[in-house]
Design a protein around this ligand. Structure first.
Ligand SMILES: [Zn+2]
Length: 226
């Protein structure tokens, strides 16, 4: 999978900017204002503003007790103590704090120790910027997220509900067609029989054919109209 954002500094890197301290997270170069979505469900443990060079930052504690750290944000969209679901918007990337260019600093704490977040890199990439994935009628990413928030349903629920509605509609349409074919068949046969009695050549033959045709249509639709 191609990376959306370039890794500009690896975990454990020794770089001049940190005065000899090793890098306790991963940096992803991205334009200022890139949407950042949480990679996990959990609670907003801390929102910081320029503590330890992190600039504006968010700490999210997930269900396993691990803490994900998002740093150098331009804008934070969550409050301390708030519950967070996977994919929720937590803020926008920026260049705040001790930073030499717009990027996201992503850190991970396991048992209160900084851990290598590299295994989460693909997930962080996925939830940064526009979220790729299934779409409904071309609606995807943040727009899909807004629809989910507005309707209170997840993407999967919306898709299955749409499927149910379409299937219900097809059933209704098939029932109407079934009834119509039955009606047309009966009326048509009656009309042709009357015309046959009245002297129309082939009237009886056509009525028989119409009856067979309507029976075939009803048989075909029968399965769908159950
Ligand atoms: Zn960093």
């Amino acid at each position: 999978m191609p990376m959306k954002f370039r890794v500009s500094s690896q975990f454990g890197a020794l770089e001049e900017i940190r005065n000899g301290r090793i890098h306790n997270g991963i940096d992803l170069a991205m334009p200022k204002g890139t949407e950042l979505h949480s990679i996990a469900s959990g609670t907003v443990e801390r929102v910081v503003n320029n503590i330890g060079g992190l600039g504006k930052g968010v700490y999210i504690k997930d269900g396993n007790g691990d803490v994900q750290i998002y740093g150098h944000l331009d804008q934070v969209s969550v409050k301390e103590g708030a519950h967070i679901d996977v994919g929720d918007l937590i803020g926008f990337s920026g260049n705040t704090g001790h930073s030499t260019g717009p990027h996201l600093h992503f850190g991970l704490m396991h048992d209160s120790q900084y851990a290598d977040p590299t295994p989460l890199l693909n997930t962080v990439q996925h939830y940064s910027g526009e979220i790729a994935g299934p779409s409904i009628l071309g609606v995807k990413g943040p727009a899909m997220w807004i629809i989910e928030k507005a309707t209170g349903h997840t993407q999967g629920e919306i898709i299955s509900s749409a499927k149910t509605h379409i299937i219900d509609w097809l059933h209704a349409a098939a029932s109407v067609a079934f009834d119509l074919s039955f009606g047309i068949g009966l009326i048509g046969c009656a009309a042709l029989i009357i015309l046959g009695v009245a002297g129309l050549k082939d009237g009886f033959r056509w009525s028989g054919l119409l009856f067979v045709a309507s029976s075939v249509i009803r048989m075909l639709l029968g399965g769908a109209a159950q």
